[in-house]
Design a protein around this ligand. Sequence first.
Ligand SMILES: Nc1ncnc2c1ncn2[C@@H]1O[C@H](COP(=O)(O)OP(=O)(O)OP(=O)(O)O)[C@@H](O)[C@H]1O
Ligand SMILES: [Mg+2]
Length: 315
Amino acid sequence: MSLTGLREPGLKLILFGGKGGVGKTTCASSAAIYCAQQAKTLLISTDPAHSLADSLGQEIGDTIRPVKGVENLSALEVNAEKAMAGFKSKYENEIKLIFDNSSYMDADDINALFTLPIPGLDEVMSFKTIVDLIEAQQFDKYIVDTAPTGHALRLLSMPGLLDEWIKVLATMRWKYHRVVDAFGGQNRTNAADDFMLEMKKTVKHIEQLLKDGRRCEFVVVTIPESMVVAETERLVRSLKTYGVAVRQLVINQVVESGLGLCGFCRARHKAQQVWIDRLHDRFRNLRATVMTAIPGEVQGLGALNDFKNKLFETV
Ligand SMILES: Nc1ncnc2c1ncn2[C@@H]1O[C@H](COP(=O)(O)OP(=O)(O)OP(=O)(O)O)[C@@H](O)[C@H]1O
Ligand SMILES: [Mg+2]
C-alpha cells in the first residue's frame, strides 16, 4: 500500500508526526515534493530542532523561500520565538491595557508580568503562523513536519489552553466594565477588547481547521519497535481525543525479507515482524504503508525523490 489522498484539492493541511527519529522529516519532505508536482505547496517545520535544510540539502530559514530544484515548492522553518516576539510587540499595549484597567497592579508589576514567558504561547504562535499562511491563500497545500510526539501534542492542546487564558482576561475586562458602569463612567470597548476578540477568532480558526477532516489530516509515522509502537498508540489516541483526522500510518524502516540477508538483517527482520503484526492489528481501521529500510541515509533531493516514488508508489 502507499500513502493516498494527499493530493485531494480540499485537503489543505497535512501534518506528519511521530516519535523521535522515525522518519517524520523524510516523509514530510517527500510528501511535499509529491504534492508540488500538482499544486503550489509550502513545507513547514514547527520542530524547534529544524532539519528541513539537512533533508532537502539546502538552506531553509524563517522566511518562506522557494526550494531550489523543485518547482512549485517553498519551505519555511518557523521560528516560534521570533513569532512570539513579533506578537508581543504588536499587542504589547493592548495586553498591558487589560491589566492596567482591570487590576491593582502598577506599571512595574505589569511590565514584569509581560516579560514572563507564558507557557505554551510560543507553540500557539507556530500554529498561528500556519493558520495565517493558510488564510492568506498563497499556497494550495501546507505540509507540516512536526516535532516528536510530546511537542506535537502540546501544539494541538494549545488552542484549548489559549482559550482558557482568554477567558481569564475577559473576566478581568468584564469586572472592569462593571466598575466603570457603576461609577457612571464612559464604558467603551477599546483596543484591549479588540485584541481579545482577535485572539478568540484565531483560536476558533485553529480548532475549526484541525477538526475538519476534509481540510486537515495527520499522518502518523512509526517504526516496528516496541517502544515506538507504544508511543504511536498514545499519539493516535490523543489525536482522536482532539478530533484530528488520522487515516493512515507509515511503518518506516522495515527490513525486507529475502535471500542473501546477513544474520543481523535476518534477526532484525524477524524482530520487526512481531511489531508490524501488532501495528496492523492495533490500527485495523488505518491504512498502513510499509516503507523499507534503505541502505544509507535519505538525504538530498535525489534520495527524497526515490523515497517519494516508493511512498506514493508512483513507479
Ligand atoms: N526508510 C528509511 N530507510 C533508511 N533510512 C531512513 C528511512 N527513513 C528515514 N531514514 C533516515 O533516518 C534518519 C531519521 O529520519 P528523519 O530525520 O526523517 O526522522 P524524524 O522523525 O524527522 O527525526 P526527529 O524526531 O529527530 O526530527 C535520517 O537520517 C533519515 O535519512
Ligand atoms: Mg525531524
